[in-house]
Design a protein around this ligand. Sequence first.
Ligand SMILES: Nc1ncnc2c1ncn2[C@@H]1O[C@H](COP(=O)(O)OP(=O)(O)OP(=O)(O)O)[C@@H](O)[C@H]1O
Length: 249
Amino acid sequence: MMDVISTQGLKKGYANGKPVFSGVDIRIRSGERVALVGANGVGKSTLLKCLIGHTAFCDGEISTLGEAFCRTPNGSQLKRMRQQIGFVFQHHGLVRRQSVLTNVVHGKLGLPGTWRAWHQAIAERESREEAMDALDQVKLSHKATARADELSGGQAQRVAIARALVRKPRLMIADEPAASLDPTAGRDVMALFSDLVREKGITLVYTTHDMDHALSFADRIVALKAGRVHFDLPVADVDRERLEGVFHA
Ligand SMILES: Nc1ncnc2c1ncn2[C@@H]1O[C@H](COP(=O)(O)OP(=O)(O)OP(=O)(O)O)[C@@H](O)[C@H]1O
């Protein structure tokens, strides 16, 4: 199966800081759901940013969605990559005073021919219909006209997932998507998210500090430790003890 992401000998350090990675090699195949785990500050978010060209790396090579680059992608590579990637972050980032539907339509922004997607009332009918469909998939179509700031944290994160889904991405990048939710809402959101990407064949890479979220919602776990890949295994081969070891020196 085709690699959606591969890195070879990836090295990264920030200016005036210690090296974050000293040679990271990973391969993620189409349709895989991968949990990226590791202690605070090990570089999970930095790795995601390198993969999508949001921060330059020092050495090695990355290929994301067929775009191979060193240090940073060029402008046209970055544009092609962004058009095929959906993002979900720890904070939902919804526009609080806008409706839920408008927030989902915003997911279309930056795609070809969707410059009117800044408000549902003037968006192309197709965009509006796709946004309603995405809301239906996250079980929130009944909230389409509610203001985003009327939602619970779990609902807001489901809207953020719908906003990413309307891009019809090949790759979904999620940085701590459930970290600001309570345990029940966090599990519900992760279960829904993981099921939806599997149904659609979307490749998912998510970071998490929650061992259950790594064990329950991924096909594979990549653990980072001390600037390198500590292990990279199918979830069935990872037990809690091995996972706990990732967080110990
Ligand atoms: N913009 C930046 N400039 C300088 N140093 C940075 C920057 N972003 C991150 N770092 C440093 O790089 C290292 C890795 O940070 P990163 O946020 O990628 O780790 P993480 O594993 O995602 O952490 P957490 O689990 O706390 O979210 C840390 O030492 C951090 O202080």
